[in-house]
Design a protein around this ligand. Sequence first.
Ligand SMILES: [Zn+2]
Length: 132
Amino acid sequence: MSANPRRSKDGPLGQARPRRKAPSLSRTRPPSGMSLEQWQIERRRQFGRAQDFRMTNAGDEPVFSEFLVTNPSSRRTYLVRIRGTEPGANVCSCPDFASNELGTCKHVEFVIGRLARGRKTAKLLREGFEPP
Ligand SMILES: [Zn+2]
């Protein structure tokens, strides 16, 4: 890993902000060394995991299942099918997923983020999908 240039940025003290694992990515260009595609995937990953969507498991499996993901502000609900953690493994019914050709979207990344937080679901997620 290279040095993080954002570490030295001075901010006003005393401002409580939620802890983040990684600095936000630029919306206008990828960081050096990152492909356009990877940058677009990472942006959805960061954005999706920061969302406060509602999520309902519509299937029988705890992880490799279908999830209804609702954005409370837009009230739109999309169906996400989880089969793994890598881009291309999963499917979402949203227009971004249909057109971005990245194999992921903020809804997919939101669900993966939630599953990765639960002890049991994180273990299942790591073990991977086994087709029946
Ligand atoms: Zn989506």
